[in-house]
Design a protein around this ligand. Structure first.
Ligand code: UDP
Length: 347
């Protein structure tokens, strides 16, 4: 009997990684190997994945920046149909405070995993990128053809450099194809309420801060600036449900495996195409929860771009990807997850 092929998911215990594993287990028949060092995630994400899907995965605890450990611990893996590389740090403010941490972690891990792909002659690779690579771009919505602006944070810069590395490697590697996915702002949680975003330490992203403020674990939150030239003065982002983002990975993987790609390297924006201000996001949360959020207007946050949202036509056409969740559903699932955490007295 032919051995079942595997997909390696790096950062599989993390927010987007865990939701993607759920979709992989539900939509495909691959054996899933998750590699994570739990630096910003919890190993019990795997139990929650099993609870939701009824399926088990293989977990390898490993720091992908450790080249020796990568060769040693991954050497025995074979029959790998593809790698989805999520493992990275992703906070704009944290990267402003500690840029070297970001350069070190996000770049070295990428070098090592690409090297591993080369050694094992893996053919299909998906790289998590971010709309932050566009910088402060004036011409909205952004398309994949938009010229990248200056990176506004070390985090954004690691994604620009990461994309260039994947591009250069793909161009030279035979039988290697890659998809770069530029996420806009992934938010929300699995509809079951059994898995969601759970960073180690205080959250820096808007939606977990909103839900924790509503739950009372954050006393008061701040809207970072209301004097931007936008419709209500607060920043605009393209919030997109994490399950929609996860689903795009299955589609991107099948696109590569079934050789539907026109080029060795493909690049897709993953956003809904709709810009939402911070104040509109708060309104949506208040509407779905029936609660009044305790917030104040604060100063601008360093590293923030004023407004960004996607033109997602290419992902629609090429990957046949459609977003299914709107902002209210994003908030509803995030709130359900927060209530689950509150019940467990986790946050
Ligand atoms: N934001 C805010 N208050 C917070 C956290 C975030 O007003 O406590 C704003 C932030 O300034 C940005 C938007 O919410 O305009 C989205 O920020 P997030 O960190 O979630 O994602 P980013 O777009 O920075 O990756």
């Amino acid at each position: 009997m032919k051995e079942r092929e595997s997909i390696i998911v790096t950062g599989g215990a993390g927010y987007i990684g865990s939701h993607t594993i759920i979709e992989l287990l539900q939509q495909t028949d691959y054996n899933i190997i998750s590699i994570d060092n739990f630096s910003n995630s919890h190993a019990n994400a795997y139990e929650n994945i099993e609870l939701i899907t009824g399926k088990k995965i293989t977990s390898i605890r490993l720091d992908l920046c450790d080249k020796d450990a990568v060769s040693k611990q991954l050497n025995s893996l074979n029959n790998i149909a593809g790698v989805i590389h999520f493992a990275a740090f992703k906070s704009v403010p944290e990267s402003m405070a500690d840029p070297l941490l970001y350069y070190h972690n996000n770049i070295e891990s990428l070098i090592n995993i690409l090297d591993f792909c080369k050694q094992k002659a893996i053919r299909n690779f998906i790289f998590s990128s971010s709309c932050s690579v566009y910088g402060n771009i004036k011409d909205l919505p952004v398309t994949e053809e938009s010229i990248l602006g200056k990176a506004e944070s070390p985090y954004a810069y690691t994604k620009q450099v990461g994309e260039q590395m994947v591009d250069a490697f793909t161009a030279t590697a035979t039988n290697f194809n890659a998809v770069i996915l530029r996420y806009f702002n992934p938010v929300g949680a699995h509809i079951s309420g059994n898995i969601g975003e759970l960073p180690i330490g205080p959250p820096t992203s808007l939606v977990p801060i909103i839900t924790r403020t509503a739950a009372g674990t954050i006393p008061k939150m701040s809207v970072h600036g209301n004097n931007y030239p936008t419709r209500d003065g607060s920043c605009i982002r393209d919030y997109v449900h994490v399950t929609d983002i996860a689903d795009a990975h299955i589609k991107a993987l099948q696109y590569l495996i079934n050789q539907k790609n026109k080029n060795k390297l493909s690049l897709f924006n993953l956003g809904t195409g709709r810009g939402v201000t911070v104040l509109e996001a708060i309104d949506s949360f208040e509407k779905i929860s029936g609660l009044k959020l305790n917030y104040e207007i604060g100063p601008r946050r360093d590293g923030d771009v004023e407004a960004i949202y996607a033109n997602n036509n290419l992902a629609k056409q090429e990957l046949k990807w459609e977003t299914k969740f709107n902002i209210d559903e994003m908030m509803r699932t995030a709130w359900k997850w927060q209530q689950h955490l509150s019940q467990l007295k986790i946050n």
